[in-house]
Design a protein around this ligand. Structure first.
Ligand SMILES: Cc1cc2nc3c(=O)[nH]c(=O)nc-3n(C[C@H](O)[C@H](O)[C@H](O)COP(=O)(O)OP(=O)(O)OC[C@H]3O[C@@H](n4cnc5c(N)ncnc54)[C@H](O)[C@@H]3O)c2cc1C
Length: 314
């Protein structure tokens, strides 16, 4: 774990090279970070600036919460993402450009950070100005949103760049944004697996946990071998070495899905502690609407649903 799961943001990233950089630490960005970090990607989330979630008075439609203060919700989400290994940095991304040397992207921030990431997830709701230099300014015009992407998967015309949550045009709800962030992270993971020799059907990754001892015996291994064999596309020449490498990787990751009783108990206890600390026994939180780091975008002072209705009626 790179930072403690405090729910607080750190001042700066711990390194200058990441697998995944996420711009925006709302529901979509934090959910994406949970998934990419759990997969094992070094993940950093930058979070500062205009925010939709800080404009909610109370979130009453998130499954399991009759009402939760948005600031407490974000603290809990940050603590979870940190627990899985993500870093969360209080800084504003001002530009993202392609970096041919690093085979990915270079990000610059307001506080002077300059780092590379193999993939970027844009999860910043209203603001996407930092994308406007990409591809000589042809990818995205400054200030406009949503950003052009395949809404279901978050993929864009630029390899390695994804869009999640409100910025993608997905429906404006916290629960949906969280689900979308997770879905987009899964697209990213799938694409990286394809690039690493996995083929279409086995490139899917399921983040599961099962009871220790469920997997691993001879018949289970046979089942995995047979399944991998069945998925090999007929029209693709796949070498014996590649087949073995992929089978081995899938065997390993499935074995890792298993949790011992002790690990399960530990996660349950840690989860309960995070809830107690950030929600149940939390001190009253600062009014997020007065937090200067989350100033409202004057373009979005109006209720977005109202804006949508007006656009439809126009
Ligand atoms: C007035 C209002 C009330 C609402 N009430 C509800 C409700 O009751 N229930 C509900 O489900 N939904 C509600 N919504 C919708 C909900 O807020 C959004 O659907 C949801 O927050 C979108 O999540 P997101 O992750 O896409 O964006 P956000 O939650 O806005 O997160 C984006 C994050 O990106 C950060 N950011 C922006 N630019 C940068 C940058 N360049 N660098 C670094 N960080 C950046 C911001 O600081 C922010 O934290 C409401 C929205 C509004 C406007």
């Amino acid at each position: 774990m790179s930072t403690k799961s405090t729910g607080q943001k750190s001042d700066e990233p711990s390194t200058d090279e990441y697998d995944v950089a996420i711009v925006g630490g709302g529901a979509s960005g934090l959910a994406a970070a949970v998934f990419t970090a759990r997969y094992g990607f070094d993940t950093v989330v930058f979070d500062r600036g205009p925010s939709a979630i800080h404009r909610c008075y109370s979130i009453g439609n998130y499954l399991g919460f009759l009402g939760i203060d948005p600031a407490a919700f974000l603290e809990l989400g940050r603590a979870h993402a940190q627990y899985e290994g993500s870093e969360i940095v209080d800084d504003f991304v001002v530009s993202v450009e392609r970096d041919a040397d690093a085979d990915g992207f270079r990000l610059h921030t307001q506080d002077g950070c300059d780092l590379t990431a193999a993939s970027v997830i844009a999860a910043s709701a209203y603001n996407a100005d930092y994308l406007s230099d990409l591809d000589g300014g042809t990818f995205h015009e400054s200030g406009t949103h949503p950003v052009d992407c395949e809404e279901a998967t978050g993929r864009t015309a630029i390899d390695g760049l994804y869009v999640a949550g409100w910025l993608s045009g997905s429906p404006h709800q916290v629960l949906i944004s969280a689900g979308h962030g997770a879905r987009v992270a899964k697209s990213l993971i799938e694409d990286r697996r394809l690039a690493n020799g996995f083929w279409e059907e086995v490139a899917q990754y399921w983040d599961w946990q099962v009871e220790g001892g469920t997997y691993g015996d001879e018949s289970w291994q046979q089942h995995i071998d047979d399944w991998v064999e069945e998925t090999i596309p007929e029209d693709e020449a796949i070498s014996e070495e590649r087949r073995e490498r992929v089978t081995e990787a899938i065997t390993e990751e499935r074995l890792d899905f298993q949790l011992s009783d002790a690990e399960r108990e530990q996660r349950l206890a840690d989860g309960a502690a995070l809830l107690r600390e950030h929600v149940l026994e939390a001190e009253p939180l600062q009014d997020a609407k007065q937090d200067p780091q989350h100033e409202q975008d004057p373009q979005h002072e109006q209720d977005p649903q109202q804006q949508d209705h007006e656009q439809l009626e126009a």
